[in-house]
Design a protein around this ligand. Structure first.
Ligand code: ADP
Ligand code: ZN
Length: 204
């Protein structure tokens, strides 16, 4: 997005369910900023160490160096104030203070790009992403492919039993589902075989 010139900052949000390409899109935008010789810093929460501590990694294994922070305030201490573009991955785990910090960064002239889940495993808005949409100059909603029927999917279906809001996991613990196939909580329907094999699939 290049519709601003000069030193004005702004907020871009990339949101959608798991497997919808949020990390890929974040990495694509950050790479373009690097090609434009901008100074870039990327942060992710330490809660998400599924693949790597110092990289963001997409499900298709695209990677980019990042800094893991245990809370969003650590971003301010880690930030080099010469940085022009600040990326956040898995921002739904960073909590409500991200709203103020993202605005502070944008007000000080930085391009802020935030990727995160907009709904939780029950299909409810997942704070702080919905609030950030209201503050953003640019919003991109990415959709995945429903693993039951192949339609565009906006939901993250949890496949393992838990009432906790946060259960960190990837393929095997979650899958993408469309609004027709989504079952809030744990699914009762049988898995379809065109989906990739799962660790907890029943033995045949
Ligand atoms: P997100 O950050 O939204 O979880 P990623 O950028 O990490 O998504 O991964 C997107 C990639 O995941 C796709 O390019 C594709 O290769 C792969 N993928 C796996 N399952 C699905 C699915 N159900 N729908 C779409 N892409 C999927
Ligand atoms: Zn479906």
């Amino acid at each position: 997005m290049d519709f601003f010139s000069g030193k004005m900052g702004w907020i871009e949000v990339i949101c959608g369910p798991m497997f919808s390409g949020k990390s890929e899109e974040l990495i694509r935008r950050l790479r373009r900023a690097m090609i434009a010789r901008k100074r870039v810093q990327v942060f992710k929460p330490t809660i998400d160490t599924r693949y790597s501590n110092d990289e963001i990694v997409s499900h298709a294994d695209t990677r980019m160096k990042s800094e893991a922070v245990s809370n969003v305030h650590e971003v301010l201490t880690r930030l080099d104030w010469r940085t022009e573009v600040v990326g956040f991955d898995e921002a739904n785990f960073l909590g409500p203070d991200l709203i103020e910090i993202a605005n502070q960064l944008a007000d000080s002239g930085k391009q802020v790009i935030i990727a995160g889940l907009d709904t939780d495993y029950m299909g409810r808005p997942f704070s702080p992403i919905p609030e950030l949409l209201a503050h953003a100059e640019s919003i991109t909603k990415t959709l995945a492919i429903c693993m039951r029927c192949g339609n565009p999917a906006k939901h993250t279906q949890r496949l393992v039993e838990s009432d906790d809001l946060i259960v960190v996991g990837a393929a095997g613990m979650y899958e993408a589902r469309c609004r027709r196939c989504f079952e809030p909580g744990v699914p009762k329907q049988e898995y379809l075989d065109f989906a990739r094999p799962r660790i907890n699939a029943p033995a045949k």
